[in-house]
Design a protein around this ligand. Structure first.
Ligand code: TXA
Ligand code: MG
Length: 340
């Protein structure tokens, strides 16, 4: 299949929306990462998403609608806490899990009785969804297991010839996927940390918990969280220690003749001596790290490194989402022995 590529414009949105109505899949930008959209009410169209990505069939998709008012069409009810979160953070990088009323195709929810819904805070995404007059089922627009795409170029690298088109809206802003919150229990549960942090949610609804599986090996409640994810081609090693410790690891590997890609934020990045460095934002503002994280992993894929080393970050605010993705992408982690 020839994959069309559009720059954002009124006519191209209409053309892409028309293809969606004909049952095709189209990649589009959101404020988090690029999504791969299809008509959520069309079983055949939704199956094409799974085929294009190589996604396991038991991993349900998020449906995307253009404004908050549309959500009621797809669920049996909206509990009070869900409504409060929606009022506070939607449109935005938040996905709510609610009881499905069965309107979307069964493949979207992978046979579960709940449905995940979000309203992207991105002008192109919302205009595109509105033009289709449909709810769009959309996972991240990468091959299953690879880092999510934050530019149209990344989508093209993974999915060219597999999908009908890509709407290019430039680089995304947040850089990591939306926060997924199960709102079907009394206390809302974060199934996947993301752009909206636990503290932000708690300020609005009081108590919120994390699914235990986020930091343990328990069976996660979001089916997608159990799969190997966000993997670069070279092994990724997390380095948990100070600058001297990090430098030792680089030097030792380079001495062995390895090409070493280093992902670090400022100020550490400027303190390290290394051949291949990706400056990944500022440590004192973790949102700048999140914005560049997947870009960094894909950058070193293209450079064909032997190994990638990355700094670790505090589990605070969006640091939770960063560390969740880094831990899933990593093959191992080296910790400095702080007692010596
Ligand atoms: O930011 C985002 O959320 C991006 C953009 C494109 O919107 N989308 C995205 O979709 O990250 P995806 O498919 O890569 O991740 C969806 C996650 C998966 O972990 C999936 O298992 C979970 O949401 N999920 C979807 N429906 C669910 C449900 N009914 N119950 C529990 N988890 C669900
Ligand atoms: Mg994904």
């Amino acid at each position: 299949m020839r994959t069309r590529r559009w720059n954002f414009a009124e006519e191209t949105i209409d053309e892409a929306a028309q293809l969606i109505r004909q049952g095709e899949v189209i990649a589009f930008p959101t404020e988090t990462v690029y999504g791969l959209g299809a008509d959520a009410t069309n079983e055949q169209a939704v199956r094409k998403i799974f085929q294009a990505k190589g996604r396991p069939a038991d991993n349900p998709l998020i449906i995307h609608v253009h404004d908050n008012k549309q959500i009621a069409r797809y669920v049996t009810d909206i509990p009070r806490v869900a409504q409060q979160m929606m009022d506070a953070f939607m449109p935005g990088p938040l996905t709510v899990i609610l009881k499905s009323n069965g309107t979307v195709a069964p493949t979207v929810t992978a046979g579960m009785d709940t449905v995940a819904i979000r309203v992207p805070d991105h002008a192109v995404a919302r205009q595109f969804i509105e033009a289709t007059q449909l709810p769009l089922a959309a996972p991240s627009a990468n091959l299953s297991g690879k880092p999510s795409p934050t530019t149209a170029e990344h989508v093209d690298q993974d999915l060219n010839t597999r999908i009908a088109g890509i709407i290019d809206g430039g680089a995304t802003g947040v850089g990591v996927e939306s926060t997924v919150v199960d709102c079907t229990s009394d206390v809302p549960i974060i199934l996947r940390p993301g752009g909206i942090t636990k503290d932000m949610l708690q300020d609005v609804v009081g108590q919120v918990t994390y699914d235990d599986a986020i930091q343990t090996d328990d069976q996660p409640k979001a089916p997608g969280m159990k799969y190997q994810h966000y993997q670069p081609d070279a092994p990724l090693r997390l380095i948990d220690g100070d600058q001297a410790f990090f430098q030792q690891q680089i030097d030792a590997l380079e001495k062995q003749g390895k090409t070493v890609g280093v992902i670090a934020s400022e100020p550490l990045a400027s303190q390290l001596r290394t051949n291949y460095l990706y400056r990944c934002g500022q440590r004192n503002d973790l949102s700048t790290v999140a914005a560049k994280l997947y870009y960094a992993l894909r950058y070193f894929n293209q450079m064909e490194m032997d190994i990638i080393l990355s700094e670790t970050y505090p589990f605070e605010g969006i640091g939770q989402a960063i560390m969740n993705r880094l831990t899933k992408a990593a093959t191992d982690k080296l910790e400095a022995n702080r007692h010596t």
